[in-house]
Design a protein around this ligand. Structure first.
Ligand SMILES: NC(=O)c1ccc[n+]([C@@H]2O[C@H](COP(=O)([O-])OP(=O)(O)OC[C@H]3O[C@@H](n4cnc5c(N)ncnc54)[C@H](OP(=O)(O)O)[C@@H]3O)[C@@H](O)[C@H]2O)c1
Length: 167
């Protein structure tokens, strides 16, 4: 993957890993499009990395569509945004399930699919990076929702034993 000179869309840029990834990519010469809900944090990060800010709630379908609309001009998509889904299954409300699915699974699936389609349509290369978790490999007590989303991401993107998965 050529990072220098690439335009990279990074979700969850305002968080712990996102900020570190943004700095690393900027240090390697990428132009990073920083997205998350926290505009002020992103604005500060943009000052330090030279990136640009796109405030968006990935659980909001209009916001997600707007971000998808930017993918034609992106070389690398990094789906890093994620939230925990903790507690016992029996005490979980449907709206909590919907929200964790929207942020952790639906948004990366939609972004990756849109990005792949645009790359194929315009015959240009593209790279997709999904930030997974060990929680997508093994389960732990009281994290069934989070496990479910991270297992799901792996199902979409994990390398097939006989070779990379094509999209
Ligand atoms: N930290 C770990 O030990 C660890 C381990 C394994 C995997 N991971 C994975 O690594 C990724 C980043 O984790 P982290 O520790 O950096 O988490 P974090 O510090 O809590 O950051 C989460 C990021 O996701 C964004 N986000 C949350 N809800 C959003 C929404 N509705 N719309 C748009 N953005 C939203 C947050 O931004 P706003 O709140 O500003 O929207 C923030 O930028 C996650 O996918 C996580 O599952 C983390």
């Amino acid at each position: 993957m050529e990072i220098r000179g690439s335009r990279i869309l990074l979700t969850g840029a305002s968080g712990g890993l996102g900020e570190a990834i943004a700095h690393d990519l900027a240090d390697r010469g990428a132009h990073v499009v920083l997205t998350a809900r926290s505009g002020e944090i992103l604005a500060e990060l943009a000052k330090r990395t030279g990136g640009e800010v796109q405030v968006a709630d990935l659980a909001d379908r209009d916001d997600l569509s707007r971000i998808c609309g930017m993918l034609s001009e992106v070389d690398v998509l990094v789906c890093n945004a994620g939230i925990g889904g903790y507690g016992s299954v029996s005490g979980t409300r449907v709206d909590q399930i919907d929200h964790v699915l929207d942020v952790n699974l639906r948004a990366p699936m939609v972004l990756a699919t849109e990005f792949a389609n645009r790359c194929i349509e315009s015959s240009r290369p593209g790279q997709i990076v999904m930030i997974g978790s060990l929680s997508g490999v093994v389960t732990t007590p009281n994290s069934a929702l989070y496990n479910g989303t991270k297992f799901g991401l792996r199902g979409l993107h994990a390398r097939h034993p006989t070779g990379p998965r094509s999209v």
